[in-house]
Write a protein that binds this ligand. Sequence first.
Ligand SMILES: *Cc1c(COP(=O)(O)O)cnc(C)c1O
Length: 264
Amino acid sequence: MLKTRIYLDNAATTKISDSVFEAMLPWLKEGYGNASSIYSLGRESAIELNKARAKCAEALGCEPREIFFTGGGSESDNWAIKSTAHALAKKGKKHLITSVFEHHAVLHCMESLEKEGFEVTYLPVYDNGIVKVEDVKNAIREDTALVSIMYANNEIGTIQPIAEIGAVCREKGVYFHTDAVQAVGNVHINVTEQNIDMLSLSGHKIHAPKGVGLLYVNKKIRLAPYIEGGAQESGRRAGTENLAGIVGLAVALTEAEAGIDAKN
Ligand SMILES: *Cc1c(COP(=O)(O)O)cnc(C)c1O
């Protein structure tokens, strides 16, 4: 562990930054209260949780109530895709659209839904690694429930025309999810301006710890819980909140957004 290393795989994971670490520490030590408890130690955690939610909402251009903290990018992808698919299947919509080079957290969800009887269209990404907006438009059918196209690819880094794809989905009345795990800190994300209905993020790709992420869900969508139990996250994602991780994620996301212009 003490050898000098040069690490070149930030697409696989990143080191926790000093500012993230410092922000998390008090919530690992003194601030261990359960945000659902009514006495002061718990209240302090609940207040900090709200602050972190507001920070994330500001960074993404949405309302705090549209942010749901999760256990990472994979969970966010699974939740968005499976809960949307199952809800809309009840209305006869059993067709999904994605691209051939999504992360496994998306591709494997699609495959398991295919086994349940859903039909999935896998759009090509051509020589330039980019999905054509026209292809999305042409693939949308009467029974399409969801389009899920990643924002930036984790292997070749290409950025997809997300706002345009979102606009097509809006026009056709189809929900649009994007896995933006690799896009944060590289392109400015604004879910409102970019017509995004659901967006997945992961902490450990942007200098926050592993095991924490978020799913943005547009307030018009009432996504059924994926993890059931307690009333945390407005009753939509059960489980005592990983407050220190969430605080770290909020700092990392704010810094990633702020650092984009310096990078480019
Ligand atoms: C890393 C990654 C994920 C998975 O996130 P975890 O927090 O590790 O579950 C999902 N999508 C993309 C594009 C990723 O790079």
